[in-house]
Design a protein around this ligand. Structure first.
Ligand code: SAH
Length: 398
């Protein structure tokens, strides 16, 4: 049986939560001492003890939990999760039926009504991401709901709630049959190798689907393309398929090279005619300057925060500098794809990084297109910070 706790929030928080903001922030709560065990059901009340909503206690970034219903009678049980998952599936009907795309997000946290819970689909396999120990405490009810509503070959899970809020290593297999990884998924007809049991990441970031499509269809023809922070080279593969003259992929992780070769080969492309560099991008900038190497299309998609032996990088602090260095190796009329998944940098701020970098480098620029999360990464207007992805296609005039 789950513990039921009455949580009293301050007046300002009550107004915000009543408007549909789903996250219970730490400083909303007036009687913090009642919060002891993650997973407890929270009845959120205002300071006059009037009911606002029901949620659960789970520590995730600046939040201590999520409101999941505004109905005081509703129980948070397997039937509740079944209803939410069914509803989420209904919103992905078109993707489910699309034979050319076999990997996408099925359940997107608060966007689908339950903050802290994410489910992705990879050609018959599902991956559940648990973002707090609190949501993980509902594991058996949620798995029961998944077994009831989803047709699957197998289920895997990612526990993303160690003390730093990161992934906990382990065997991630949950139920059904084990995949023989890598398995190959399709995205708009492009093949990608994925491994669902090899750490926090699977080989592809599903949220960049529209951006990959744009690169392939509209920006790569005859382009000399550079992919910075390339991971498994998904953007490079799309550029090559779109007719790029050549692609260069740069990532500091050793594993990126074999993984990138694998993604090219999955699409019958000759990886040996592409350049795959294992290096720090900031070293690569120096190398490119020395060699006077420049590009027509440059994708810049760094992690929000990264630590290498030489330096720490954060999008909030260092993106402008990163763009300035990128402008140096971009040809006249070339396009920079500036991307970030940092939820702490909002769109206006991100745009100002682009503007400042171009001004300081004394180049003119035009924004050709702009992307946020795709449809399957459902978000709600009441929680704009949930729409964390920001991508600008910027044409540089030198
Ligand atoms: N753009 C990729 C995802 C990037 S994930 C895609 O769409 O698939 C972030 C990557 O940045 C990781 O692979 C990590 O190894 C790499 N990375 C982090 N710091 C780096 C640095 N200083 N130089 C090069 N790569 C870096």
């Amino acid at each position: 049986m789950k513990t039921l706790i009455n949580v009293i929030v301050n007046q300002k928080a009550a107004a915000k939560l009543r408007k549909g903001y789903p996250l219970i922030e730490k400083d909303f709560v007036q009687n913090n001492k009642v919060l002891t065990e993650e997973g407890a059901i929270l009845r959120v009340l205002d300071n006059k003890k009037t009911y606002i909503g029901t949620g659960y206690y789970g520590l995730q970034n600046k939040g201590i939990g999520w409101i999941v219903t505004n109905n005081p009678e509703e129980a948070i049980d397997a039937a509740f999760f079944t209803k939410k998952i069914k509803n989420a599936l209904a919103h992905r009907k078109a993707l489910m039926e699309d034979l050319n795309t076999t990997a996408f997000r099925v359940f997107n946290g608060e966007g689908d009504g339950i903050g802290g819970l994410v489910i992705d689909y990879y050609d018959g396999f599902y991956v559940v991401h648990w973002y707090s120990e609190g949501i993980y405490s509902f594991r058996s009810e949620i798995l029961k709901a998944m077994k009831k509503t989803l047709d699957y070959k197998g289920i895997y899970e990612k526990k993303r709630f160690n003390q730093k809020g990161q992934y906990i290593e382990g065997d991630d297999f949950v139920d059904g049959e084990r995949g023989e990884f890598p398995i190959f998924i399709k995205e708009n007809g492009v093949q990608f190798a994925v491994d669902l049991n090899d750490g926090a990441m699977t080989g592809i970031f599903l949220d960049q689907r529209e951006v990959r499509k744009a690169i392939r269809e509209r920006y790569s023809h005859q382009a000399d393309m550079l992919n910075m922070f390339s991971y498994t080279g998904a953007f490079s593969v799309c550029a090559a398929l779109g007719g790029a003259k050549k692609t260069t992929s740069v990532d500091v992780a050793n594993r990126s090279k074999p993984k990138t070769i694998q993604q090219f080969e999955a699409n019958s492309l000759d990886a040996s005619s592409q350049e795959i560099v294992v290096d720090d991008v900031f070293q690569y900038f120096k190398y490119a300057a020395r060699k006077k190497r420049t590009f027509d299309l440059v994708v810049v998609d760094p992690p929000s925060f990264a630590k290498t032996k030489k330096r720490t990088f954060s999008v909030a602090k260092d993106y402008t500098e990163l763009l300035k260095e990128t402008i140096d190796l971009t040809n006249n009329n070339g396009v920079i794809v500036a991307s970030t998944n940092s939820s702490s940098v909002e769109i206006k701020k991100f745009k100002s990084f682009i503007d400042t970098a171009c001004k300081e480098k004394q180049v003119k620029y035009t924004i050709l297109e702009q992307h946020t999360l795709p449809e399957d990464f459902r978000t709600i207007a009441e929680f704009p910070e949930g729409n964390y992805l920001k991508v600008f296609f910027v044409k540089i005039k030198k």
